[in-house]
Design a binder for this molecule. Structure first.
Ligand code: ADP
Ligand code: MG
Length: 390
């Protein structure tokens, strides 16, 4: 659904739910990370793109004037409410903690939207690594801006949304997802330096290429400690190498000081250091339409995530192998897992004219290899959060 179609959809659904038309509408996109994986918590670079899949919210002030916000989601049975006369705290249903955290952030800045009826709908698949959570947070923030007429700096908005995810959803995420959802620009990727928070828009509007997102439709339930374990290994590597973070180490320095690390921690560091170098390189190749070189960096990223960082899985590897098999001649420049790993999505850089044929080939080959149906879709680089009405 285009943003225009989504707007019509949420308007009609709001009317059905609350019996009147909405006065405010806001939307925020999900994202795909083109390259720069597991670099954010190492002060490194990431290169995400906002996708044409959105969380959209429609709202109206409560007719009775009560200081209560009701959030309803088209995908959830239970509404989430906030009583503005009480301190805002995490509560049930759990999904409501994302918007609750954002409302709390605005209240802390002295911005109070007052009582509202809200309906939200999302075309970002939930829990697939395309950041439906950041889309939900940034959309909530943008809706509050629409309602109050008080806009905040987009970087401040992204940080407020990140804090909501930390404090209310208990997810210690980096800054990438909220930054791209708030700051994305149509036709551009966003190169983000997670150390300085400096951002740089990277044009990618060559109609000859497109990004394909392949959802493996698997999510391996692990012990849950993998993310924390990887973070701890990176911290150990930095400590043993005598630096603040792995951002401060070159590949040459790592090799020269290999003896200071266990074999496992050395491999973890090798991925991170390689990936921090690859990410701005990929931005440069994309800026100059050097698609083959950009694609090679994506394959290298995948290999390091699979072999050194060990966060891939057989389904993600299957997609990348299929892509390599189709190859440059078949219209694929590069492919890699995207997101935290252990399932979720792959992203591929492809020739635009071959999109349909490539999608079909990947779907068929993936079904044969894994017995699972993948979901394949493409997106142009989309704009970040917008106020549609209000
Ligand atoms: P991802 O951000 O990769 O999609 P997360 O686990 O970080 O995965 O976030 C998914 C969670 O965000 C869902 O379980 C739900 O709590 C919340 N969420 C996202 N979108 C919606 C929505 N449209 N309606 C209700 N909850 C949502
Ligand atoms: Mg998320």
């Amino acid at each position: 659904m285009t943003l225009q179609e989504l707007t019509a959809h949420i308007t009609a659904e709001f009317q059905k739910t609350y019996g009147r038309a909405p006065s405010y509408i806001a939307a925020a996109p999900g994202r795909v990370n083109v390259i720069g994986e597991h670099t954010d918590y190492n002060d490194g670079f990431v290169l995400p793109m906002a996708i044409e899949f959105y969380t959209i919210m429609a709202a109206d002030k409560r007719p009775d004037g009560a200081g209560i916000i009701t959030f309803r989601s088209t995908s959830q049975p239970d509404a989430a409410t906030i009583d503005l006369s009480q301190p805002v705290k995490p509560s049930t249903p759990k999904w409501g903690n994302y918007p609750r955290g954002v409302v709390a952030g605005f209240l802390a800045r002295g911005i109070n939207p007052g009582g509202l009826d809200v309906l939200l709908h999302s075309t970002v698949p939930l829990g697939s690594g395309l950041s439906s959570s950041a889309a939900l947070e940034v959309c909530t923030a943008t809706l509050i801006e629409a309602v109050t007429g008080q806009t905040i700096d987009p970087i401040e908005k992204a940080l407020l949304a990140q804090k909501a995810e930390h404090d209310f959803a208990n997810v210690p995420c980096g800054i990438m997802d909220q930054f791209i959802s708030a700051l994305g620009r149509e036709g551009h990727l966003l190169l983000l330096d997670c150390r300085t928070r400096k951002t740089e828009l990277v044009p990618m509007n060559d109609p000859a290429v497109a990004l394909l997102i392949i959802n493996t439709n698997v999510k391996h339930e692990l012990s849950g400690g993998e993310y924390a374990e990887r973070r701890a290994q990176c911290e150990e590597a930095a400590r043993n190498l005598g630096v603040k973070s792995l951002r401060d180490v070159t590949a040459e320095q790592l090799e020269a000081n290999k003896g200071k690390l266990s074999e496992l921690v050395y491999r973890r560091a090798r991925h991170v250091i390689g990936e921090i170098t690859r990410t701005p390189q990929a931005a440069k190749e994309i800026r100059t339409s050097n698609w083959t070189a950009a694609g090679q960096l994506m394959y290298a990223s995948h290999a390091a995530l699979r072999d050194d960082y060990e966060v891939s899985c057989k389904e993600l590897d299957a997609v990348v192998e299929i892509a390599e098999g189709i190859g440059n001649t078949g219209g694929i420049y590069g492919c890699r897992m995207t997101g935290g790993g252990f399932g979720g999505c792959c992203v591929a850089l492809v020739k635009a004219v071959e999109i349909k044929s490539i999608a079909k080939q990947i779907e068929a080959a993936y079904k044969i290899k894994t017995g699972i149906a993948a979901t394949v879709f493409s997106s142009r680089p989309a704009a970040g959060a917008t106020i549609i009405k209000g």
